[in-house]
Design a protein around this ligand. Structure first.
Ligand SMILES: [Zn+2]
Length: 552
């Protein structure tokens, strides 16, 4: 019994079955119809989008015993032999593994000999991998091609092909497939193969395929092999190791209810079941991104999910102001960017989740600033994001809680914002000495966060060490080199903001403590708590303690 993987079994056999490359297939069909067949074609595009598939259909259409025709018959001996890979008139070569000049010479050695009724077609995949001598060997044939010989080169990296070869080819650029296109094809496969699969499950597979139909098909094949004829979203998540979307719906539900404990419990359960931290953070970011899109006019239609999923996204999104969602994205994105080197990645995620759930506190802090220093303190909060289409509200909305405790968002123009940020805020001054700076470090870094949301939390990890003659030294622990460098990179911004707070010109010097002895665990945790008071809050609220398993 032969096992035909889905990707091959479902390889399109007609031009009309090729998904999303109409600009290519129509041109090729017209060329066949009008008899204007070139000697060399270059099919370029990402992997898995159908380049070699189209090359084989082209070969069949040209050599079909009922043709040349716009579509092959797929029934005559010639079509069948091409389909099964036994036709002598079609030579396929993989440039990745056969890239030497000898390979090229061997391939074209009998280029002149072929049956008169048929085209001799050379399909070279990954042609950019050929060595220069191999290209040169090919070039001779390309310069004076025997009649009836056609080269089809496929490549993912056309820029690596010598200009002398490129100039002799008709070039076709294949497009990456959209999630909808892949899902549509998967749906057809599922129907024909008697697989019951939710629309959401297919969408999820398609999303994961990242534009390559072949990847989508092999994921479906894997699922079919392990799950049989019925495939759900949970199956897809399990196979792909993705965090279940339900976890994210749950987490946002808890944030809306300000239920920090519930929020963290959902994450703990996910983590204890072996869920991957990186995928969790990426999944949560993806979910928040969908919530943000749902705030835009027509944005919901850009989300590749089933209708009932879209409806749930829309309703969750309705709980939050656009600014709230952007702030949550910033919190999670901060974690994502530090996940690789964070000492306690689990804790960092938990802090972000807790922050999301108690966001009101942050807003209260902002309103405190508002009382103290007018609106200018608010202006830095929203971060610019790519915003497709029309946007409901403006990116410059003041941040308002969903609880409505604060005044409705005022629409401000960018010019207003710019003007305001230039005004000198009238904040209470902090004495320019190390004790005052140390005791107000949280306040200072919060101020930095407001204007530079990505930098403030990083700076907050540092500890002010000394302040002399306007020079502020901020120490980071060993292992925080990346954070230190990030602050160094943005030192001009940090200096400006702290300078405003202190009312003087400030130079900031960041450094990593060099002393060798590793600190004891408890000290480390104390340090962390003093830098991140919210961790202390969490421990206090739940009577918890940090044990080694939290470190990962
Ligand atoms: Zn045929």
């Amino acid at each position: 019994m032969s096992y035909v993987v889905t990707a091959r079994k479902w390889r399109p056999q007609f031009f009309r079955d090729v998904v999303a490359q109409k600009h290519v297939t129509e041109t090729l069909k017209n060329a066949i119809k009008s008899g204007r067949i070139g000697h060399a074609y270059l099919f370029s595009g990402p992997r898995g989008v159908g380049k070699t598939t189209v090359a084989r259909i082209f070969a069949k259409a040209l050599n079909c015993e009922k043709g040349p025709a716009e579509e092959p018959c797929n029934e005559c001996p010639t079509c069948l032999s091409i389909q099964s890979g036994t036709s002598l008139d079609i030579q396929e070569m993989d440039g990745a593994s056969n890239n030497s000049v000898d390979d090229a010479r061997e391939l074209i050695s009998n280029v002149g000999y072929h049956s008169q009724s048929h085209y001799k077609i050379y399909i070279i995949d990954e042609v950019h991998m050929l060595t220069t001598p191999a290209f040169n060997a090919l070039l001779k044939t390309l310069e004076e091609p025997p009649s009836g010989v056609i080269f089809v080169f496929a490549t993912t990296e056309p820029q690596k092909i010598p200009a002398t070869i490129l100039s002799r080819c008709q070039r076709f650029d294949f497009s990456r497939l959209s999630v909808q296109e892949i899902a549509g094809k998967l749906k057809k496969i599922a129907e024909t193969d008697s697989i019951t699969a939710d629309e959401s499950a297919l969408m999820l597979i398609a999303r994961r395929a990242s534009g390559a139909m072949r990847d989508g098909e092999s994921i479906l094949e894997q699922l079919k092999a392990s799950r049989g004829a019925s495939i759900s979203v949970a199956d897809v998540n399990e196979i792909l190791g993705l965090a279940d979307r339900e976890v994210f719906f749950g987490i946002i539900d808890r944030c809306h209810e300000r239920d920090t404990r519930g929020d963290l419990e959902l994450f703990t359960a996910y983590h204890e079941q072996g869920g991957d931290l990186k995928e969790f953070v990426e999944g949560l970011l993806g979910h928040l991104r969908d919530l943000l899109y749902a705030k835009f006019k027509g944005g919901i239609d850009q989300i590749p999910l089933s209708d009932d999923m879209k409806e749930r996204i829309r309703s969750q999104s309705g709980w939050f102001e656009q600014g709230d969602i952007i702030r949550m994205i910033t919190m999670v994105a901060d974690v994502e960017s530090s996940l690789g080197y964070a000492v306690m990645p689990v804790l960092r995620i938990e802090v972000a989740l807790a922050r999301m759930a108690v966001m009101e506190t942050t807003v209260e802090l902002k309103s405190l600033f508002e009382l103290l220093g007018g609106e200018s303190a608010l202006t830095g909060a929203p971060i610019p994001l790519p915003q497709p289409g029309d946007i409901s509200g403006t990116s410059a909305e003041a941040v308002v809680t969903s609880g409505g405790a604060h005044q409705a968002a005022k629409k401000k123009t960018d010019a207003d914002l710019f003007k305001k940020s230039e005004e000198k805020p009238d904040f209470p001054k902090i004495a320019p000495d190390i004790d005052s700076i140390s005791s107000s470090w949280k306040y200072i870094t919060d101020r930095v966060s407001i204007q530079k949301p990505a930098i403030g939390p990083v700076l907050a990890l540092g500890v002010p060490e000394s302040f002399e003659k306007g020079k502020l030294a901020v120490r980071f622990d060993a292992g925080q080199e990346f954070q230190m460098k990030t602050c160094a990179e943005y030192s001009a911004d940090i200096e400006e903001i702290i300078g405003t707070i202190l009312g003087m010109k400030v130079a900031v010097h960041v450094f990593v403590r060099r002393s060798g002895a590793a600190k004891k665990k408890n000290n480390e945790i104390d340090d962390l708590i003093s830098r991140e008071p919210i961790i202390g809050d969490i421990l206090e609220r739940f009577g918890g303690e940090i044990n080694d398993s939290w470190r990962e």
